[in-house]
Write a new protein. Sequence first.
Length: 80
Amino acid sequence: MKAQELLVERINYFCKEKRMSYYALSYESAVPMTTLMHIIDKSTVNPGILTLGKLCEGFGITLKEFFDAPEFEDLGQFEW
């Protein structure tokens, strides 16, 4: 699985867990809706750690919590 797909899966996971729409996440994180949608539709190849950090703030979690999933244990196996 590509890292992009994993990022989208994690964003969707936390949206569901926190009962947040993309719009609410965009608002809470101060990440523009267009930026978020480019991440979701995978047209942004590498969203950047600062953007991911802002999304995590919107979720009320840390970056560590975001990446705390078995799929991220060996990032060397993923393609961007």
